[in-house]
Design a protein around this ligand. Structure first.
Ligand SMILES: [Zn+2]
Length: 109
């Protein structure tokens, strides 16, 4: 079987199997914002020691939306947004492999 030794097919299989690990992926981008809370006695009142607010910025039905991320979920959400990037990279690689295979197949009589 020549296709068993085809490195493209091997890579494609590996990528497909890895996608299950990305099932918790989230859309959009991870945003880090500095802000003042407005309380006059807070450390942020000097305008330098601002609070950090993490947000997920995402299109919902074509409209840009921003959602605050609770502190306890920041690392989890950051990782899940990163999963989407890995998913898209894998999908693009699979598509390129399949295009190469299609073009090769076309050449054969
Ligand atoms: Zn403050």
């Amino acid at each position: 079987m020549p296709s068993d030794s085809d490195p493209d097919v091997h890579l494609r299989g590996r990528l497909i199997r890895s996608l299950g690990l990305l099932r918790e992926m989230l859309p959009g981008s991870f945003v880090e914002r500095k802000r003042a809370c407005g309380r006059p006695n807070c450390r942020c009142a000097d305008g330098k020691n601002l609070h950090t607010q993490y947000q997920i910025s995402v299109l919902v039905e074509g409209q840009p939306k921003t959602f605050n991320i609770p502190a306890a979920l920041v690392e989890q959400v950051r990782e899940k947004i990163e999963m989407r990037r890995r998913f898209e990279t894998a999908a693009a690689t699979i598509c390129n492999i399949n295009l190469r295979r299609f073009l090769k197949q076309k050449e054969k009589p």
